[in-house]
Design a protein around this ligand. Structure first.
Ligand SMILES: Cc1cc2nc3c(=O)[nH]c(=O)nc-3n(C[C@H](O)[C@H](O)[C@H](O)COP(=O)(O)O)c2cc1C
Length: 187
C-alpha cells in the first residue's frame, strides 16, 4: 500500500484535482491511499462534491482545529509521517517562492518544511508564461532540485488567461506515470 499526499495551490490547474485523483485510483486500484492538502486559494478551483468521499481534503482550519493542547496531533508532522510520497500539483509561483525560502505559514508549506529530505517530493509548477519567464523562477526551481526534490517541467500551451507559452502544468497522465516510476524505484 502506498500513502500518497497531494498538495494543491492557488493555480487554476487545481481544476484538474478530481481527474488526478481518479487516474491515480484507476492506475493503482486498492494499492493507494490518497490524502489532499490545499491552500486557502486552492479551494477556489474545485468542488468538494467532485472529490471521492474516501479522499480527505485537509486545510489550514483542520490543522488548528485538531490541536488544542499538548499531546494533540500536529497535522503537518503527522502527514509527513503518514505519506510515502508527496506530489504538489499544481505548484504556483507563490508557494514555489515560499518553499525556496523556507517559509511555512500554512498547512501545505509546513508539511513541505517538515518533509524528510530524501523522501520523494514531486513538484509540478504551473503559472502564467510571464511569471514563468521571470528569472527568479529558474533560480528557485534549481534550488529545490539541489535539495533532491523532483520537478516535472511545465508544458507550453494556450493558458486559461489567453496567453500562449510555457507555464502550464504538465498533463495529469505524466504525473501519474511519474508517480509510478518513483514507486517502482522505491518498492
Ligand atoms: C483565477 C486565478 C488563477 C490563478 N492561477 C495561477 C497560476 O496558475 N499560477 C500561479 O502561480 N498563480 C496563479 N494565481 C495567483 C495565485 O492564486 C496567488 O498568487 C495566490 O496568492 C497563491 O496562494 P497560495 O500559493 O497560498 O495558494 C491565480 C489567481 C487567480 C485569481
Amino acid at each position: 500500500m502506498v500513502n500518497l499526499l497531494i498538495g494543491c495551490t492557488g493555480s487554476v490547474a487545481t481544476i484538474k484535482l478530481p481527474l488526478l485523483i481518479t487516474n491515480l485510483q484507476e492506475k493503482f486500484k486498492d494499492h493507494i491511499q490518497i490524502k489532499v492538502v490545499v491552500t486557502e486559494k486552492a479551494q477556489h478551483f474545485y468542488k468538494n462534491s467532485d472529490i471521492p468521499e474516501s479522499v480527505p481534503i485537509l486545510t489550514d482550519e483542520d490543522e488548528w482545529s485538531m490541536w488544542k493542547d499538548r499531546g494533540d496531533p500536529v497535522l503537518h508532522i503527522d502527514l509527513g509521517k503518514w505519506a510515502d510520497l508527496f506530489v504538489i500539483a499544481p505548484l504556483d509561483a507563490n508557494t514555489l517562492a515560499k518553499i525556496a525560502n523556507g517559509i511555512c505559514d500554512n498547512l501545505l508549506t509546513c508539511t513541505v518544511r517538515a518533509w524528510e529530505i530524501g523522501k520523494p517530493l514531486i513538484l509540478c509548477p504551473a503559472m502564467n508564461t510571464k511569471m514563468y519567464n521571470h528569472p527568479i523562477t529558474e533560480k528557485q526551481l534549481d534550488l529545490l532540485k539541489s535539495w533532491g526534490y523532483h520537478i516535472i517541467p511545465v508544458i507550453e500551451k494556450m493558458l486559461i488567461c489567453g496567453d500562449k507559452g510555457a507555464g502550464a502544468m504538465t498533463e495529469v497522465d505524466t504525473i501519474v506515470n511519474y508517480v509510478q516510476s518513483i514507486i517502482n524505484k522505491n518498492p
